[in-house]
Structure formats: structure tokens, C-alpha cells
Design a protein around this ligand. Structure first.
Ligand code: ADP
Length: 267
């Protein structure tokens, strides 16, 4: 498997606040890597360091062997697609225009038949054809999420980054969106990094997981290796049971760690 994405020794700090401390990871062709960890552990910051919205103070990010540090914005956008948590300001109104925005890194003088073809393909891939003339603002949360994914796919990136793509969705749309992402990543042999809160969805839809804790990688590996009761306890501070179903771990949180001890003290 060719490594599409290599992150090596990335350090990022805001003034007076170290956020990422020597983060290294890699993702291969067709691989979905889940990024999990508590609030504030550095997931969004790491995604932003990969797409160069933030410049890490140390470390490198390589895409198919090329250092992203040297690429301009347009060249970068042809290689990395980013699906944000929220709609960026000034987002266009129709679904077609929104997805066409993903072609901007390729457009020089005007929109070409190739641009239109890619947009049509991506709309079909995500089952959005019937929405193409709809006003983006009238769509449901799940439909909007798919449009944001479609916009990123229209960039024809090698690496797809998703920041909590399911956080505002109901159960059905969570499954739909993650199935679409997993399928397209495999079919198009991209590498995806998906920041995701729900450990059970992460385990089910990601090939490997990276568990971030206070800016460091606490554990990494296949879901069953990365989500043991010990690791979940250390990172999230909860007592948890992990059940394996068909090799996929299901995490059942029981109680915040230390509650029993505090209760004993009170008694
Ligand atoms: P996560 O996505 O895992 O919730 P983030 O990457 O958003 O974590 O945040 C990591 C840490 O960086 C947090 O402690 C957060 O408070 C801090 N942080 C995020 N943005 C800024 C900022 N603009 N200035 C200072 N600190 C920030």
C-alpha cells in the first residue's frame, strides 16, 4: 500500500499554549484513519496543520512524498480536500455552485467541460443529482454535509480531511455519510483523516484509529487495539466496557473514573 499521507513530528503551539507535541501518523491509499480524543486534545488543530491553514512550528507533512510546506494555495487544494464542521461564510446558494467551488483550484479562465463533468460525477456519487438546483440553505443537516463532502471531492484530492462530519446528524444520516465517505475513499484510492467523537462509529467505519490525548498520540492501530478499556479510561477518564462484535469494538461508558473512590470517601 502506498502511503498517501505522512505526518512526521508535528509540533504546534499557540502563544503560551502547546497544542500538538510531536505528532506522527500515516495513511495509505484507500485508507480511512479515524482521529479520536477528548475535546481540546488537538484534533482540529492537527487537521489544520495538515491542510496548512496553520503552519506547524516543527515537523513535516508529506503527500505522496511531496512536502506540503512548499506548495502554493491552489496546488495544495488540488491535493488536500477539507470538509469543515460548519459552512464557511459567503457560501453560494445552489448546490451545483457550491460543489463547483471545489473546482476553483483548477479553473484558470473559465469553467471547462471537464469541471462540469467532475461536478456531475461527484453529485451522482453522493446521490445529490436531484438537489443540484436547490438552495443550499434549505437543505437538511445530512444533505448539507454531503454537499460539503462533494465540494471537497470535486477538488479531486489525494487526501481528504473531515472535521467531525457526523456531529450534527441523526443516526440514519450518520451512517449514510460515513458509508459514502468510506466507499469513495476506497474507490478513488484517497487517504482520509476523519476527526470523530463517536468511538463506535469511528471503530466501525475507520480502518485504523489514532487516539490523541493532550496533543500527543496516546494509542494507534486497528480499532480493537486502539479502543481497549484501559486506553478509553486513561484518555477520557471514564470506566468503560468494550465488547467486540465481529471484531469491531463497541465502547460502553459506565461512569466517570474516580466516582466510586469519591463515594467511598464520603461514606
Ligand atoms: P479538538 O479538536 O480535539 O477539540 P482543538 O484542536 O480544537 O481540539 O484544540 C486544541 C487546544 O488548542 C485546546 O486547548 C484549545 O483551547 C486550543 N486552541 C484552539 N484554538 C486556539 C486559539 N485560536 N488560540 C489559543 N488556543 C487555541
Amino acid at each position: 500500500m502506498e502511503m498517501k499521507l505522512r505526518v512526521w513530528g508535528v509540533e504546534f503551539r499557540y502563544p503560551a499554549r502547546p497544542v500538538l507535541r510531536g505528532v506522527s501518523l500515516e495513511a495509505g491509499e484507500g485508507e480511512a484513519l479515524g482521529l479520536v480524543g477528548p475535546n481540546g486534545s488537538g484534533k482540529t488543530t492537527l487537521l489544520r496543520c495538515i491542510n496548512r491553514v496553520l503552519s506547524p512550528q516543527a515537523g513535516t507533512v508529506l503527500i505522496a512524498g511531496d512536502d506540503l510546506g512548499g506548495l502554493g494555495t491552489r496546488a495544495l487544494a488540488r491535493r488536500v480536500g477539507y470538509v469543515p464542521q460548519a459552512v464557511p461564510p459567503g457560501f453560494p446558494t445552489t448546490v451545483f455552485e457550491a460543489v463547483l467551488l471545489g473546482r476553483r483550484p483548477y479553473v484558470t479562465w473559465g469553467i471547462t467541460p471537464r469541471d462540469q463533468e467532475v461536478v456531475a460525477e461527484v453529485l451522482a456519487l453522493l446521490g445529490l443529482e436531484e438537489f443540484c438546483a436547490r438552495d443550499f440553505n434549505t437543505l437538511s443537516g445530512g444533505e448539507r454535509q454531503k454537499v460539503l463532502i462533494a465540494r471537497a471531492l470535486a477538488q479531486e484530492p489525494e487526501v481528504l480531511l473531515l472535521d467531525e462530519p457526523t456531529s450534527n446528524l441523526d443516526l440514519r444520516h450518520q451512517l449514510e455519510v460515513l458509508e459514502v465517505v468510506r466507499d469513495v475513499v476506497r474507490k478513488q484510492e484517497m487517504a482520509a483523516v476523519i476527526s470523530i467523537h463517536d468511538l463506535n462509529l469511528a471503530a466501525r467505519f475507520c480502518d485504523r484509529l489514532v487516539v490523541l490525548h493532550r496533543g500527543r498520540i496516546h494509542a494507534a492501530g486497528e480499532p480493537r487495539e486502539a479502543l481497549t478499556p484501559e486506553i478509553v479510561g486513561e484518555v477520557y477518564g471514564v470506566e468503560a466496557v468494550v465488547r467486540l462484535e465481529a471484531g469491531v469494538p463497541h465502547v460502553i461508558p459506565l461512569a466517570p473514573r474516580g466516582r466510586e473512590r469519591r463515594a467511598e470517601c464520603v461514606v
